[in-house]
Design a protein around this ligand. Structure first.
Ligand SMILES: NC(=O)c1ccc[n+]([C@@H]2O[C@H](COP(=O)([O-])OP(=O)(O)OC[C@H]3O[C@@H](n4cnc5c(N)ncnc54)[C@H](O)[C@@H]3O)[C@@H](O)[C@H]2O)c1
Length: 280
């Protein structure tokens, strides 16, 4: 990195660090099970939701219980399940169109970081119907409130369930970029280890290391704070205690629970204290 760029980055980082107490950071409210969602929506007068997921997750039946509960409660659930790993602008545009044409009132991002990020970006496009996604790249380009966003992580890694970021790939150029804006922080996150039971060992390991990297970077980064250091330390402790067990026995729900908690803590830490390239 040349000196001018380095100086710019350091000044920018220092300014943001000073501004942390003034910025609208928040965390999603944590729900423990999918069964809480129909009541939550009905209580807010929501009768039609868009579920953003991928074919692997839906094909394994992970969303069927929720789809059934919503339908039993008289809530229409429109499903977009064509999200690909590293979600694309095409994914977001297709899902946003479905949201509009179906008269949806809220969004559920159900899956790993890809489905959750796609759901966040759909929210951004609903809030800004005339602003293309590429104009939202970078920080604080989305300022308007997005529709109610509930997320259900099925991997324990990205922390997207608590971060202000959505990482999207331009379908035409393949450029991958983050959209970092406060309204993208989900309102609710369901942290239920059952949703990670089917995660195979290789993905358990790679996503778990993603969370570890987030925690370490948040801890050592120039924007670290007392609170983010505490969260990062706790995340590292949980990962060292649980990742090996979750890898060897995917049905060990205590390890799965700890990994979900670790990914959440690491995400909460790095969304304030930043990471480098590991998010992309
Ligand atoms: N928004 C953020 O803060 C943030 C942070 C880091 C990474 N990311 C982004 O997240 C994306 C990666 O997300 P990821 O690593 O969670 O993976 P993913 O969402 O891309 O999913 C990977 C694969 O795992 C499968 N899968 C997910 N959960 C499963 C389960 N419970 N059982 C069986 N299979 C399951 C999916 O079907 C998919 O095939 C990338 O696009 C990355 O850029 C975002």
């Amino acid at each position: 990195m040349n000196l001018i760029r380095k100086a710019y980055c350091r000044i920018f980082q220092k300014a943001f660090r000073l501004a942390i107490p003034l910025l609208p950071y928040r965390k999603p409210e944590i729900l423990n099970g999918l069964a809480e969602l129909p009541g939550l929506f009905l209580g807010k007068g929501i009768r039609s939701v868009l579920l953003v997921t991928d074919k692997g997750i839906r094909g394994r039946g992970l969303t069927s219980g929720l789809e059934g509960m919503l339908s039993d409660s008289g809530i229409r659930c429109i499903v977009y399940d064509a999200t690909v790993a590293n979600p694309t602008t095409n994914n977001v545009e297709e899902a946003a169109e479905l949201f509009r044409t179906s008269g949806c009132q809220a969004i559920i991002g159900f899956g790993g970081g890809s489905s959750i990020d796609a759901a966040k970006a759909v929210g951004a496009r609903i809030a800004y119907p005339r602003k293309p996604l590429e104009k939202m790249e970078g920080i604080l380009k989305v300022l308007k409130r997005i529709p109610l966003l509930v997320v259900v992580p099925t991997t324990a890694g990205t922390g997207s369930e608590t971060t202000l970021a959505a990482v999207i790939v331009d379908s035409r150029t393949r450029h991958k970029y983050p959209i970092n804006s406060f309204p993208l922080i989900p309102r609710y996150a369901v942290l239920d280890p059952e949703t990670t039971r089917t995660l195979p060992p290789s993905l358990t390991a790679s996503t778990g290391l993603d969370a570890l990297t987030h925690a370490v970077e948040a801890y050592i980064g120039g924007s670290t704070t007392k609170e983010t250091r505490r969260a990062a330390e706790e995340a590292v402790r949980l990962i060292f205690r649980s990742l090996r067990d979750a890898y060897h026995d995917g049905s060990d729900m205590e390890s799965r629970r700890s990994m979900l908690r670790a990914a959440f803590l690491a995400g909460s830490a790095f969304t304030v204290s930043y990471v480098g390239m590991c998010m992309l």
